[in-house]
Design a protein. Structure first.
Length: 113
């Protein structure tokens, strides 16, 4: 299974970025897709998730600014990030769960003030 994340970059505060994560090679249903992030000097944290048959969930820091979505085949997960703040600077990782858990390689988001 491979997860290929893209869309990171540098942006000024207030700007937007859209992250994508393409999933390939799965041999069973994807039941959970999520974005995590690890900021410098901090632990990895959940940003947003989608659970099959349940819906979406957001960290308080992401509510109202970020939107997680997926394609109909559960092959790609997106994270639309608006109104970005310097504290959103982090490496963002996509994560999926089938009967096993898989992680993408991470994509760096840098927000300057």
């Amino acid at each position: 299974v491979q997860l290929q994340a893209s869309g990171g970059g540098s942006v000024q505060a207030g700007g937007s970025l859209r992250l994508s994560c393409a999933v390939s090679g799965t041999d069973s249903s994807v039941n959970f897709m999520a974005w995590y992030r690890r900021a410098p000097g901090k632990q990895r944290e959940l940003v947003a998730s989608i659970v099959r048959y349940t819906g979406t969930n957001y960290a308080d820091s992401a509510k109202g600014r970020f939107t997680i979505s997926r394609d109909t085949a559960w092959n790609t997960v997106y994270l639309q990030m608006n109104s970005l703040k310097p504290e959103d600077t982090a490496v963002y990782y996509c994560h999926i769960v089938t009967y096993r858990a898989y992680w993408g390689q991470g994509t760096l988001v840098t927000v300057s003030s």
